[in-house]
Design a protein around this ligand. Sequence first.
Ligand code: SF4
Ligand code: SF4
Length: 302
Amino acid sequence: MEGMIFDIQRFSLQDGPGIRTTVFFKGCSLNCFWCHNPESKSGHPQLQFFRHLCTGCQACVKACSQNALEIGVDGRAVLNRDRCVVCGACAEACPAEALMICGKNQTVDEIIQVLLRDKPFYEQSGGGITISGGEPLTQADFAAELLKRCRGEGLHTAVDTAGHVPWESLEKVLPYTQLFLYDLKGVDSDKHKQATGVGQANITRNLERLSRTGASIIIRIPVIPGYNDSPEDMLRTADYLHKLQGIQCVELSPYHRLADGKLKSLGQKSDMPETAELSSEAAKALLKPFEDKNICVRYLNS
Ligand code: SF4
Ligand code: SF4
Protein backbone atom coordinates (compact mmCIF):
# COMPACT_ATOMS: atom_id res chain seq x y z
CA MET A 1 0.00 0.00 0.00
CA GLU A 2 1.25 3.50 -0.85
CA GLY A 3 0.31 6.97 0.32
CA MET A 4 0.75 10.33 -1.41
CA ILE A 5 3.14 12.23 0.87
CA PHE A 6 4.64 15.68 0.31
CA ASP A 7 6.99 16.07 3.28
CA ILE A 8 8.37 14.34 6.36
CA GLN A 9 9.55 16.85 8.92
CA ARG A 10 11.86 15.67 11.69
CA PHE A 11 12.31 17.42 15.07
CA SER A 12 8.92 19.06 14.98
CA LEU A 13 7.89 20.77 18.24
CA GLN A 14 4.43 22.09 17.30
CA ASP A 15 2.52 18.94 16.38
CA GLY A 16 1.85 17.34 19.75
CA PRO A 17 3.94 16.62 22.85
CA GLY A 18 7.74 16.27 22.82
CA ILE A 19 9.98 15.94 19.81
CA ARG A 20 8.07 14.50 16.87
CA THR A 21 8.35 13.58 13.23
CA THR A 22 5.44 14.86 11.18
CA VAL A 23 4.35 13.07 8.02
CA PHE A 24 2.46 15.39 5.67
CA PHE A 25 -0.21 13.76 3.51
CA LYS A 26 -1.21 15.36 0.21
CA GLY A 27 -4.87 16.13 -0.49
CA CYS A 28 -7.42 18.08 1.52
CA SER A 29 -11.20 18.20 1.87
CA LEU A 30 -11.30 21.92 2.77
CA ASN A 31 -10.19 25.00 0.87
CA CYS A 32 -9.22 27.51 3.57
CA PHE A 33 -8.02 30.81 2.10
CA TRP A 34 -5.36 31.16 4.82
CA CYS A 35 -3.92 27.64 4.38
CA HIS A 36 -0.25 27.50 5.46
CA ASN A 37 0.38 24.45 3.27
CA PRO A 38 -1.27 25.28 -0.08
CA GLU A 39 0.89 22.58 -1.71
CA SER A 40 -1.12 20.06 0.33
CA LYS A 41 -4.54 20.86 -1.16
CA SER A 42 -4.27 18.85 -4.36
CA GLY A 43 -4.02 15.09 -3.94
CA HIS A 44 -1.70 14.86 -6.96
CA PRO A 45 1.99 15.66 -7.48
CA GLN A 46 2.65 19.27 -8.50
CA LEU A 47 5.64 21.13 -9.91
CA GLN A 48 6.87 23.96 -7.70
CA PHE A 49 9.08 26.61 -9.27
CA PHE A 50 11.05 28.90 -6.95
CA ARG A 51 12.04 31.31 -9.68
CA HIS A 52 14.18 33.53 -7.44
CA LEU A 53 16.63 30.58 -7.13
CA CYS A 54 17.04 30.18 -10.90
CA THR A 55 20.52 30.93 -12.27
CA GLY A 56 19.51 30.62 -15.93
CA CYS A 57 21.72 27.60 -16.63
CA GLN A 58 19.16 26.15 -19.11
CA ALA A 59 19.48 22.56 -17.82
CA CYS A 60 15.70 22.39 -17.31
CA VAL A 61 14.97 23.71 -20.81
CA LYS A 62 17.07 20.91 -22.29
CA ALA A 63 15.50 18.28 -20.01
CA CYS A 64 11.86 19.11 -20.77
CA SER A 65 10.36 17.04 -23.58
CA GLN A 66 7.17 19.16 -23.59
CA ASN A 67 8.83 22.51 -24.37
CA ALA A 68 7.25 23.87 -21.21
CA LEU A 69 10.35 25.86 -20.19
CA GLU A 70 12.32 28.64 -21.86
CA ILE A 71 14.69 31.34 -20.72
CA GLY A 72 12.96 34.67 -20.21
CA VAL A 73 14.20 38.19 -20.96
CA ASP A 74 15.53 38.52 -17.42
CA GLY A 75 17.79 35.47 -17.92
CA ARG A 76 15.71 33.15 -15.73
CA ALA A 77 13.55 30.21 -16.76
CA VAL A 78 9.88 30.75 -17.55
CA LEU A 79 7.45 27.87 -17.02
CA ASN A 80 4.35 27.29 -19.16
CA ARG A 81 2.13 25.20 -16.89
CA ASP A 82 -0.35 24.48 -19.70
CA ARG A 83 2.30 22.32 -21.34
CA CYS A 84 3.71 20.72 -18.19
CA VAL A 85 2.82 17.08 -17.54
CA VAL A 86 4.61 17.03 -14.14
CA CYS A 87 7.13 14.40 -15.24
CA GLY A 88 9.86 15.77 -12.94
CA ALA A 89 12.71 15.70 -15.49
CA CYS A 90 13.42 19.41 -15.02
CA ALA A 91 13.54 19.09 -11.23
CA GLU A 92 16.10 16.31 -11.53
CA ALA A 93 18.20 18.39 -13.89
CA CYS A 94 18.09 21.68 -11.98
CA PRO A 95 21.33 22.21 -10.01
CA ALA A 96 19.87 25.18 -8.11
CA GLU A 97 16.87 23.28 -6.69
CA ALA A 98 14.62 25.94 -8.17
CA LEU A 99 12.27 23.26 -9.50
CA MET A 100 10.76 20.62 -7.28
CA ILE A 101 8.08 17.96 -7.55
CA CYS A 102 5.83 18.17 -4.52
CA GLY A 103 4.22 14.85 -3.58
CA LYS A 104 5.23 11.27 -4.20
CA ASN A 105 3.87 7.84 -3.43
CA GLN A 106 5.64 6.21 -0.50
CA THR A 107 5.17 2.86 1.19
CA VAL A 108 4.66 2.32 4.90
CA ASP A 109 8.08 0.62 5.04
CA GLU A 110 9.81 3.64 3.49
CA ILE A 111 8.21 6.05 5.94
CA ILE A 112 8.78 3.84 8.98
CA GLN A 113 12.50 3.75 8.21
CA VAL A 114 12.63 7.56 8.48
CA LEU A 115 10.42 7.66 11.59
CA LEU A 116 12.54 5.16 13.51
CA ARG A 117 15.72 7.23 13.09
CA ASP A 118 14.66 9.54 15.89
CA LYS A 119 13.15 7.00 18.28
CA PRO A 120 15.64 7.88 21.07
CA PHE A 121 14.57 11.54 20.85
CA TYR A 122 10.89 10.59 21.06
CA GLU A 123 11.59 8.45 24.12
CA GLN A 124 13.61 11.13 25.90
CA SER A 125 11.11 13.92 25.21
CA GLY A 126 7.77 12.13 25.39
CA GLY A 127 7.34 12.68 21.67
CA GLY A 128 6.42 10.47 18.74
CA ILE A 129 4.96 10.80 15.28
CA THR A 130 2.16 12.94 13.90
CA ILE A 131 0.35 12.55 10.61
CA SER A 132 -0.82 15.83 9.13
CA GLY A 133 -1.49 17.42 5.77
CA GLY A 134 -3.57 18.42 3.99
CA GLU A 135 -6.10 16.12 5.47
CA PRO A 136 -4.43 12.79 6.28
CA LEU A 137 -7.81 11.07 6.58
CA THR A 138 -8.49 11.57 2.86
CA GLN A 139 -6.10 8.56 2.72
CA ALA A 140 -7.59 6.82 5.74
CA ASP A 141 -6.61 3.24 4.87
CA PHE A 142 -2.97 4.18 4.38
CA ALA A 143 -3.03 6.37 7.49
CA ALA A 144 -4.41 3.48 9.59
CA GLU A 145 -1.76 1.10 8.26
CA LEU A 146 1.04 3.56 9.01
CA LEU A 147 -0.26 4.30 12.52
CA LYS A 148 -0.69 0.61 13.24
CA ARG A 149 2.95 -0.01 12.32
CA CYS A 150 4.04 2.92 14.48
CA ARG A 151 2.18 1.53 17.47
CA GLY A 152 3.78 -1.84 16.79
CA GLU A 153 7.17 -0.10 17.03
CA GLY A 154 6.15 1.46 20.35
CA LEU A 155 5.85 5.02 18.95
CA HIS A 156 3.36 7.56 20.30
CA THR A 157 0.91 8.52 17.56
CA ALA A 158 -1.04 11.70 16.86
CA VAL A 159 -3.40 12.59 14.00
CA ASP A 160 -3.85 16.19 12.91
CA THR A 161 -7.25 16.37 11.23
CA ALA A 162 -9.81 18.99 10.29
CA GLY A 163 -12.49 16.32 10.67
CA HIS A 164 -14.25 16.98 7.35
CA VAL A 165 -14.25 13.31 6.36
CA PRO A 166 -16.76 10.45 6.67
CA TRP A 167 -16.94 9.14 10.26
CA GLU A 168 -15.68 5.77 8.95
CA SER A 169 -12.32 7.40 8.12
CA LEU A 170 -11.87 8.52 11.73
CA GLU A 171 -13.00 5.10 12.91
CA LYS A 172 -10.25 3.44 10.87
CA VAL A 173 -7.43 5.30 12.65
CA LEU A 174 -9.05 5.40 16.10
CA PRO A 175 -7.53 2.14 17.45
CA TYR A 176 -3.99 3.30 16.60
CA THR A 177 -4.20 6.99 17.59
CA GLN A 178 -3.24 8.22 21.04
CA LEU A 179 -3.93 11.89 20.43
CA PHE A 180 -6.08 13.82 17.99
CA LEU A 181 -5.09 17.37 17.05
CA TYR A 182 -8.50 18.49 15.85
CA ASP A 183 -8.64 21.71 13.83
CA LEU A 184 -11.76 23.71 14.54
CA LYS A 185 -12.14 27.02 12.75
CA GLY A 186 -15.35 28.03 14.47
CA VAL A 187 -18.92 26.93 15.03
CA ASP A 188 -20.74 29.37 12.72
CA SER A 189 -21.69 27.34 9.65
CA ASP A 190 -22.23 30.28 7.24
CA LYS A 191 -18.86 31.82 8.11
CA HIS A 192 -17.23 28.41 7.91
CA LYS A 193 -18.60 27.86 4.42
CA GLN A 194 -17.45 31.28 3.30
CA ALA A 195 -13.92 30.72 4.58
CA THR A 196 -13.32 27.04 3.82
CA GLY A 197 -15.80 26.10 1.11
CA VAL A 198 -17.88 23.82 3.38
CA GLY A 199 -20.19 24.17 6.38
CA GLN A 200 -19.01 22.90 9.74
CA ALA A 201 -21.85 20.48 10.56
CA ASN A 202 -19.93 17.35 9.55
CA ILE A 203 -16.83 18.56 11.43
CA THR A 204 -18.64 19.19 14.71
CA ARG A 205 -20.70 15.99 14.36
CA ASN A 206 -17.49 13.98 14.00
CA LEU A 207 -15.86 15.84 16.89
CA GLU A 208 -18.80 15.08 19.17
CA ARG A 209 -18.73 11.42 18.18
CA LEU A 210 -14.97 11.27 18.67
CA SER A 211 -15.24 12.83 22.10
CA ARG A 212 -17.74 10.13 23.14
CA THR A 213 -15.19 7.39 22.30
CA GLY A 214 -12.88 8.57 25.11
CA ALA A 215 -10.20 9.79 22.66
CA SER A 216 -7.68 12.41 23.81
CA ILE A 217 -8.20 15.59 21.83
CA ILE A 218 -6.35 18.88 21.51
CA ILE A 219 -8.40 21.49 19.66
CA ARG A 220 -6.42 23.72 17.32
CA ILE A 221 -7.91 27.04 16.26
CA PRO A 222 -6.18 29.27 13.71
CA VAL A 223 -7.03 32.89 14.53
CA ILE A 224 -8.18 34.39 11.24
CA PRO A 225 -8.76 38.16 10.94
CA GLY A 226 -12.38 39.02 10.21
CA TYR A 227 -13.47 35.44 10.61
CA ASN A 228 -12.98 34.20 14.17
CA ASP A 229 -10.76 36.80 15.84
CA SER A 230 -13.23 38.42 18.23
CA PRO A 231 -13.77 37.41 21.88
CA GLU A 232 -17.44 36.81 20.93
CA ASP A 233 -16.38 34.25 18.29
CA MET A 234 -14.20 32.50 20.86
CA LEU A 235 -16.99 32.59 23.45
CA ARG A 236 -19.27 30.66 21.08
CA THR A 237 -16.53 28.10 20.50
CA ALA A 238 -15.77 27.84 24.24
CA ASP A 239 -19.49 27.34 24.98
CA TYR A 240 -19.55 24.53 22.45
CA LEU A 241 -16.34 22.82 23.63
CA HIS A 242 -17.33 23.07 27.28
CA LYS A 243 -19.95 20.35 26.71
CA LEU A 244 -17.51 17.84 25.18
CA GLN A 245 -15.44 15.15 26.87
CA GLY A 246 -11.77 14.38 26.27
CA ILE A 247 -10.67 17.93 25.37
CA GLN A 248 -7.20 18.20 26.88
CA CYS A 249 -6.48 21.69 25.75
CA VAL A 250 -7.26 24.37 23.16
CA GLU A 251 -4.40 25.86 21.13
CA LEU A 252 -4.88 29.15 19.29
CA SER A 253 -2.37 29.87 16.55
CA PRO A 254 -1.71 33.23 14.89
CA TYR A 255 -2.51 34.13 11.29
CA HIS A 256 0.44 34.83 9.02
CA ARG A 257 1.16 35.05 5.30
CA LEU A 258 4.07 32.62 5.17
CA ALA A 259 2.31 30.67 2.42
CA ASP A 260 2.72 33.46 -0.13
CA GLY A 261 6.03 32.08 -1.46
CA LYS A 262 4.57 28.58 -1.77
CA LEU A 263 1.51 29.88 -3.64
CA LYS A 264 3.80 31.71 -6.05
CA SER A 265 5.87 28.54 -6.59
CA LEU A 266 2.65 26.74 -7.61
CA GLY A 267 1.69 29.48 -10.05
CA GLN A 268 -1.18 30.59 -7.80
CA LYS A 269 -2.13 34.02 -6.48
CA SER A 270 -2.48 34.86 -2.81
CA ASP A 271 -5.73 36.45 -1.65
CA MET A 272 -4.64 36.56 1.97
CA PRO A 273 -5.05 40.06 3.42
CA GLU A 274 -2.14 41.90 5.08
CA THR A 275 -2.92 42.35 8.77
CA ALA A 276 -1.07 43.55 11.82
CA GLU A 277 0.17 40.97 14.31
CA LEU A 278 -2.24 40.21 17.15
CA SER A 279 -1.19 42.23 20.23
CA SER A 280 -0.63 40.34 23.48
CA GLU A 281 -3.70 42.13 24.95
CA ALA A 282 -5.86 40.99 22.03
CA ALA A 283 -4.51 37.43 22.35
CA LYS A 284 -5.31 37.46 26.09
CA ALA A 285 -8.89 38.55 25.33
CA LEU A 286 -9.28 35.56 23.00
CA LEU A 287 -8.05 33.16 25.70
CA LYS A 288 -10.39 34.49 28.38
CA PRO A 289 -13.65 32.79 27.26
CA PHE A 290 -11.89 29.42 27.57
CA GLU A 291 -10.22 30.28 30.88
CA ASP A 292 -13.59 31.38 32.27
CA LYS A 293 -14.89 27.89 31.60
CA ASN A 294 -11.80 26.20 33.06
CA ILE A 295 -10.76 24.90 29.64
CA CYS A 296 -6.98 24.61 29.31
CA VAL A 297 -5.94 27.07 26.59
CA ARG A 298 -2.68 28.43 25.15
CA TYR A 299 -1.64 30.81 22.41
CA LEU A 300 1.10 29.45 20.15
CA ASN A 301 2.95 32.64 19.33
CA SER A 302 5.13 31.48 16.44
S1 SF4 B 1 7.80 18.62 -14.96
FE1 SF4 B 1 8.32 17.67 -16.93
S2 SF4 B 1 6.86 18.54 -18.38
FE2 SF4 B 1 6.81 19.85 -16.56
S3 SF4 B 1 8.26 21.48 -17.01
FE3 SF4 B 1 9.39 19.88 -15.89
S4 SF4 B 1 10.29 18.58 -17.46
FE4 SF4 B 1 8.71 19.82 -18.45
S1 SF4 C 1 17.78 24.23 -14.35
FE1 SF4 C 1 17.19 25.41 -12.55
S2 SF4 C 1 18.70 27.03 -12.41
FE2 SF4 C 1 18.90 26.17 -14.51
S3 SF4 C 1 17.55 27.49 -15.75
FE3 SF4 C 1 16.31 25.76 -15.06
S4 SF4 C 1 15.31 26.49 -13.16
FE4 SF4 C 1 17.01 27.87 -13.63
